[in-house]
Design a protein around this ligand. Structure first.
Ligand code: HEM
Length: 128
């Protein structure tokens, strides 16, 4: 969820729907990023969704994992590098498997304010 406050009245193009200045807004990132009209089969691992032409074909606010605008995440590039280096190190040196404790499909924990998977993510990692 991203929180914002409207600085001025905003009317959505082609509608009579206006957000008055001063309104506090909660932007439902999880809802947007799992909307099947935007991302068909949203739970499916499909890296091709993030190819340049696929990204260009979507509304620019369809992916908000790092927020957007002047107060977006200052750590975006660092987080991307760190995740890529971490994944490359693990996948290049270890074999990653599911195990008896892995929950498939995963379940979102609705009892906490942050996006969390119930019972965590358990994988079996062995030396390749
Ligand atoms: C996968 C990792 C990360 C994710 C998904 C993430 C996500 C986010 C999101 C959604 C916001 C709110 C943006 C908005 O309201 O538009 C944010 C803000 C912020 N993030 Fe991250 N972040 C990550 C890693 C990091 C790292 C590594 C750092 C620092 C090294 C960092 C520093 C910050 C700071 C300082 C803000 C507040 C920016 C402001 O209010 O101006 N984040 N992050």
């Amino acid at each position: 969820m991203l929180n914002r406050q409207a600085l001025e009245n905003y009317t959505f193009a082609g509608t009579k729907f206006t957000i008055p200045a001063g309104t506090k807004l909660a932007i439902p990132v999880y809802g947007i990023q799992t909307d099947p009209d935007i991302y068909p089969e949203p739970e499916k691992f499909d890296p091709e969704r993030f190819e340049e032409d696929a990204v260009a074909a979507r509304h620019p606010m369809s992916f908000l994992a790092f927020g957007d605008g002047p107060r977006n995440c200052v750590g975006t590039r660092f987080a991307h590098y760190q995740s890529k280096i971490g994944l490359a190190t693990i996948l290049g040196n270890y074999k990653v498997d599911v195990c008896e404790k892995t929950t498939i499909p995963f379940e979102i924990d609705k009892g906490v304010p942050f996006l969390t998977i119930k019972r965590g993510v358990h994988l079996k990692i062995s030396k390749a």
